[in-house]
Design a protein around this ligand. Structure first.
Ligand code: ARG
Length: 252
């Protein structure tokens, strides 16, 4: 298994130990001296460059980063590596905003919508990403939705939503899959220090078990793990995070 570390939250480097894993490849793009979107595109393009040869070789890379935008780099890399995957998106949030609907201005809150082709002039176009159609994406858990996100999901033919316990090969789209896990899908009591804690989530063990069920289908071509958390406050937080990442990146 190839572990690819993208140690950034948006275009800001994470502090040392921000994501404490042994990586085979660490992505450090040449950030252009340009606007936010150009910088974020550079980060995703560098991620895609790392992912594509691994997928082309038939191996399953695991990408770890500080936010959900990087999924677009993982997906573009998987596509360039020869796959045409659907997306299974574990997240407490929908990440379905556009620049018009976001109320916080947090760009990570647009991540899934960008992968579906929103703002293609800013994102999928420059990145060389083929947007995924809404029927080829499924949201897992997503218990903390903003009104505009709920409206988007209510439209016919939109992205489906399923609970963690229902995840298996039959409830997700057919064919190859990119598995995206925002660790904030885990209940914050089980994973303290998240940037966007959303109570009422599943325990870490249920999330790990659901991921294993998908991996067991043999259809997952790339795993993308987002860790939007504050620096660990103490050794207990560090240990809890390390244990979760060890389970999610365990050899398979
Ligand atoms: N994947 C995440 N952690 N997303 C956080 C998004 C929070 C909120 N919905 C916003 O757009 O600001």
């Amino acid at each position: 298994m190839t572990t690819i570390l993208v140690p950034y939250h948006h275009d800001e480097p994470l502090p040392d130990g921000g994501i404490d894993v042994r990586a085979d490849v660490t992505v450090h793009p040449d950030f252009p001296d340009a606007g936010r979107w150009e910088r974020l595109t550079a980060l995703c393009a560098a991620t895609a460059d790392a992912v594509a040869p691994v997928v082309a070789s038939g191996a399953v890379p695991t990408v770890l980063s500080g936010d959900c935008l990087v999924l677009s780099g993982t997906l573009a890399g998987a596509q360039r590596g020869g796959a045409d995957p659907a997306v299974v998106w574990f997240d407490a949030h929908g990440d379905l905003h556009t620049l018009e609907t976001t109320t916080s201005g947090y760009l990570g809150g647009l991540s899934l919508r960008l992968a579906l082709g929103a703002h293609s002039d800013l994102w999928s176009g420059p990145l060389g990403l083929r947007p995924v159609t809404p029927e080829r994406a499924v949201l897992v858990d997503a218990r903390d939705l903003d009104p505009a996100e709920a409206d988007f999901l209510a439209a016919p033919g939109s992205v489906r939503r399923i609970p963690v316990d229902e995840v298996d090969g039959d409830t997700v789209p057919d064919g190859p899959l990119v598995l995206h896990v925002d660790v904030d899908v885990v209940d914050p009591a089980d994973l303290p220090g998240l940037l966007f804690p959303a109570p009422g989530g599943p325990p870490a063990s249920a999330v790990v078990a659901a991921c294993r069920r998908l991996l067991a289908t043999g259809r997952v071509v790339a795993v993308d793990i987002a860790c939007p958390w504050h620096p660990a406050a103490d050794d207990a937080e560090r240990a809890g995070r390390a244990a979760l990442l060890a389970e999610l990146t365990a050899p398979r």
